[in-house]
Design a protein around this ligand. Sequence first.
Ligand code: FES
Length: 297
Amino acid sequence: MREFEVENQKLLLIKSNGEFSAIGHLCTHYGAPLVKGVLSNGKVRCARHGACFNIKTGDIEEYPTLDGVQCYPVKVQNGKVIISASAKALEANRRIKTMVTPSPSIKTVILLIGGGPASLICAETLRQEFYAGRIIIATKEQHLPYDRTKLSKNLDISIESILLRKSEFYSTYGIEVLTNKEAISVNTGKRRVGFKDGTSQQYDYLLIATGCIPRKLSCPGADLENVFSLYAPEDANKIHELSNEKDVVIVGSSFIGMEITWYLINKAKSVSVIGTSKVPFQDVLGKDVGTAIMKLS
Ligand code: FES
């Protein structure tokens, strides 16, 4: 794999099994250079979080990311590799797949419970696969689907900056999002989901993608004031607000706990991390890596 610069923009040229292909050079997740990733079996895997792109089409083969990258036609002529790329495509780097819009004559309803990336990607895939019926995402949260993983990295974050798609996207592709709709029952016989606010929704097909919730402390005092779990942007903002010049204790020494520690280190008076393992990240990265990270702090 090799990056090439054209008109101040880059693309990634790949030679695999004797064949050339050219795609966008940046991962559409958080923008890591794909040249640093791994090329294997017709895919390039991003080195950061493992998103995978097809080298012939630029399509996503594995998440986490929503969009594929641009793909440019390549030919070999007189021993030279010739790539055709428009300035617009080079600048965009990413590519949203073509999607259909709903047709009022199709009465099928697909209901997606949960407002995370699984529901959103399901909705988008349905539109990409020419499904033109109704799609409803019902979430108990008050926000459109957002990137929750960013909360622990920046507690002072605004919801607008972490939305996975802006509201116009949903209206353009006819994806209905019901916020503050917590599902509490499913009647599979009648194909109806009941919500906490007393309303209900009929469906033809149902996806339950409710994700996970933080494990709470079960020890005495866990319900005291100023003990928080991090789940939604409001929790992150609250922790940011209250931790200024305070002694902060973080329970959990893996990614989320350590990312919050990193964020608070120059803000709080002190930060103490409590974990069940000997060194941070031990359960996910092993003792050696954990020990090395501990020495850094
Ligand atoms: S930046 Fe590429 S997968 Fe996250």
